[in-house]
Design a protein. Structure first.
Length: 63
């Protein structure tokens, strides 16, 4: 199998179980307030967090 950096980018699927209802509700409200989907809000929050970890040197920088 080629190294991760040499593989073509493909979308993956995650199924997350046991998400607290309160968190689901708050995420839906936050997404609606920003006129985003919950999916886009999760991507944006995740990317911002990963960039912060990279900036601090905790996580190796991505390509």
């Amino acid at each position: 199998m080629p190294p991760l950096k040499d593989r073509p980018e493909k979308a993956g699927t995650w199924i997350v179980k046991d998400v607290p209802r309160d968190l689901m509700y708050r995420m839906k409200v936050a997404a609606a307030m920003q006129r985003k989907t919950v999916k886009q809000l999760l991507f944006d929050l995740s990317e911002a967090h990963l960039q912060e970890l990279e900036r601090k040197g905790i996580l190796p920088r991505s390509k």
